[in-house]
Design a protein around this ligand. Structure first.
Ligand code: SAH
Length: 367
């Protein structure tokens, strides 16, 4: 049966070599296989023409190269694209691509659901949670590459140029799988996305932050959202475990942060909750001395959300205070709201279709 075959996606180079050895092949063939899988995006061993025919047949007898199944693919009026993916155990998660003119960021999930229960985030209302495997994390990138036909594409011509670990879940609660997946994604003979084009966002799992810098070397984003512990305890409950002072210390010590590589502080704008001038001044005080930029995120609503988005005046006022203190603070344009693909709207327990959305494909399980 097809599904009994081992999926090669998500294995490290060393593990791939071991698999080849286990079926009596030369481990150095792993390099050629890697090229076909991650540079060319090939899923059919028979088409791997640089491998001897016998090897292709033996590979096909033992292994498969599988993506997560696309349950729904939707494209927003603003061209943002969202995939609801179904994994082999039936669990689901969402991946979003946010295109700019000639490039774009793929927003990848690290967990099915999320345990953080941040009060303003839709994903936090989902009950079922498990970590995604490295194969499932890399698989999200492969699905997007398939969808945009970017196998193989020179770096300068790729729409899928950047990755943000900002989808469902807390990546630092699933560090090992995220690290393994990112090593595959960054490999220069494969998917080849440079660490400078990858950003990992955390709600503040403080003990893991140094490892992001030291072991992954990617850009760090921190979901701050409140500048006083009393409020942050409510909005981002992990704050009770790792309060603001500890979080800021970890940011201050973040390996590799400098003026060319700033830490992004994400700040969701909630009407009359965290958007006062005094909040803005306190934010500036907190980040002082850290190579930082601030990303102001207009709150994206979801069914029965307990908050509203700040007014434009409040956002402008907040932004000006941060700018005047010398920090860049762009307001993140909401993307894909019509298909519930914007920040904090992802949820995979039930399927909702936004009014302006159109389902562009509905394919049965392919795995
Ligand atoms: N758990 C990680 C990764 C998720 S990133 C983290 O918290 O950083 C998703 C980003 O969207 C976070 O900054 C999150 O706080 C923000 N977000 C969540 N709900 C939102 C909403 N309703 N509107 C706008 N941004 C939201």
């Amino acid at each position: 049966m097809q599904d009994a075959l081992k999926n090669l996606i998500g294995l490290s180079r060393a593990e791939l070599a071991l698999e080849l050895e286990a079926i009596g092949e030369e481990p150095f063939r792993a390099r050629q296989l890697w090229h076909w899988m991650y540079w060319r995006g090939e899923t059919d061993f028979a088409r791997m023409t640089t491998l001897a025919k016998g090897l292709r047949e033996r590979l096909a007898a033992h292994f498969r190269i599988a993506r997560p199944a696309i349950k729904i693919e939707q494209t927003s009026a603003d061209r943002t694209r969202k995939w609801l993916l179904r994994f082999e155990d039936g669990n689901e998660a969402e991946t979003v691509f946010i295109p700019e003119d000639d490039r774009g960021a793929l927003c990848i999930s690290s967990q099915v659901g999320c345990t953080l229960t941040c009060k303003f985030c839709h994903t936090g209302t989902q009950k079922l949670v498990r970590n995604l495997t490295a194969a499932e994390i890399v698989g999200q990138m492969m699905v997007a590459r398939d969808s945009y036909g970017e196998w193989p594409a020179p770096k300068s011509e790729r729409m899928l140029s950047n990755i943000v670990m900002m989808g469902m879940g807390e990546p630092l609660f699933n560090f090992d799988n995220v690290a393994k997946a990112l090593a595959i994604v960054m490999d220069g003979e494969g998917l080849s996305v440079s660490k400078r084009k990858i950003t990992l966002s955390t709600a503040g799992v403080v003990p893991m932050i140094p490892r992001v810098g030291a072991e992954l070397g990617v850009n760090l984003a921190v979901s701050l959202h409140a500048v006083r512990d009393e409020l942050r305890d409510i909005l981002v409950p992990i704050n009770k475990k790792y309060p603001i002072a500890e979080l800021m210390k970890a940011c201050r010590d973040y390996p590799g942060a400098n003026n060319a590589r700033r830490i992004t502080f994400e700040y969701v704008m909630l009407k009359d909750v965290n958007d006062s001038p005094s909040d803005a001044h306190e934010l500036v005080r907190l980040v002082r001395g850290i190579p930082a930029k601030v990303n102001l995120i207009p709150f994206n609503a979801w069914p029965r959300a307990p908050y509203q988005c700040s007014t434009t005046e409040a956002i402008d006022r907040f932004q000006k205070i941060v700018n005047d203190a010398g920090y860049s603070a762009p307001v993140r344009t909401p993307r894909g709201r019509d298909i519930m693909a914007a920040c904090g709207q992802l949820r995979s327990e039930s399927v909702r279709l936004g009014r302006a959305a159109k389902a562009t494909a509905e394919t049965p399980a392919a795995g």
